[in-house]
Ligand binder design. Structure first.
Ligand SMILES: Nc1ncnc2c1ncn2[C@@H]1O[C@H](COP(=O)(O)OP(=O)(O)OP(=O)(O)O)[C@@H](O)[C@H]1O
Ligand SMILES: [Mg+2]
Length: 264
């Protein structure tokens, strides 16, 4: 067995919303520089788990380690300071602002990936945004375009571009290819491959198993608030899909154990 090099480790994460036990002791390992797929049926707990990692939700119980050290993530800013960025299912872009403003939103006083720049200077922010879009081969004619005028695919790439602009080492994407055209999906998947080449570690939540197959190194499967499988992405697409579906519907579970009845 090769020694694993986790950049992120989540241990025994629990999270309930009233009577809904969204996460019931979930463990997750993200290796350095891997693309990890996170799949599961609706309401399995995928977004909740990633919102715990991004600081949007506080877990009821459990630990998070970054580079093998226990960290305290209480807010999105804590997570961001650790180099973790999340692209949300609904992008969370400010529609009435232009592309540059969206890229810099919430980042007004931070380190830019390519060294310090004069923040608050619109011209230099525009220039840096243009350079970011070019580097990521994101096709948008002007950084002064309001985001509400962009196509769905362009919005998704802006959301991803924004997440990668500020020294993120871990990028979480929640359904990055949902509701996109085939061409836009290809763009997003190429972007993910490029970010991996640049050294990032990436978690992608997706219902599109073929997307995970195309860009993923490994995939983990959740069901009813638990982790039920952890596989390398390999073999042909048909058996890959069949195997994942078996986990998703409950026909397979690699981690099932006799339930220690937890304090209910
Ligand atoms: N803020 C919240 N308040 C109350 N319940 C919530 C909240 N967020 C999530 N839940 C519940 O937690 C469970 C897990 O939801 P979650 O959004 O994590 O699922 P998911 O795996 O991302 O599903 P999908 O594939 O549909 O996005 C669901 O039963 C959901 O209703
Ligand atoms: Mg979700």
């Amino acid at each position: 067995m090769v020694e694993r090099q986790p950049i992120v480790e989540m241990r025994g994460i629990h999270k309930s919303f009233g009577a809904v036990r969204a996460l019931q002791g979930v463990d997750l390992l993200l290796d350095d520089n891997e693309v990890l797929g996170l799949v599961g049926d609706n309401a399995a707990g995928k977004s909740t788990l990633m919102k715990v990692l991004s600081g949007a939700y506080l877990p009821d119980k459990g630990d998070i380690l970054v580079n093998n050290k226990v960290v305290d993530i209480k807010t999105p800013q804590d997570s961001r300071n650790l180099g973790i960025e999340m692209v949300y299912q609904d992008y969370m872009l400010a529609d009435n602002l232009d592309v540059t403003s969206n890229v810099f939103l919430g980042h007004e006083a931070v380190r830019w990936k390519f060294g310090p720049i004069q923040i608050l200077n619109k011209t230099s922010m525009d220039r840096e945004t243009r350079a970011l879009l070019d580097r990521l081969k994101i096709d948008i004619s002007s950084v002064r375009l309001k985001v509400e005028n962009l196509s769905g695919g362009q919005r998704q790439t802006v959301a991803i571009g924004r997440a990668t602009a500020f020294e993120a080492r871990v990028i979480i994407m929640d359904e990055p290819t949902a509701a996109l055209s085939v061409a836009a999906i290809d763009k997003v998947l190429d972007l993910i491959k490029q970010l991996k080449e640049e050294g990032a570690s990436i978690i992608i939540i997706s219902h599109r198993l073929e997307d995970i197959y195309r860009v993923g190194d490994r995939v983990v499967i959740m069901r009813h608030g638990r982790m039920v499988g952890d596989r390398k992405v390999e073999g042909d697409i048909h058996s890959f899909r069949e195997e994942l579906v078996a986990y998703m519907v409950g026909a397979r579970d690699d981690f099932s154990r006799i339930e220690e009845s937890e304090e209910d």
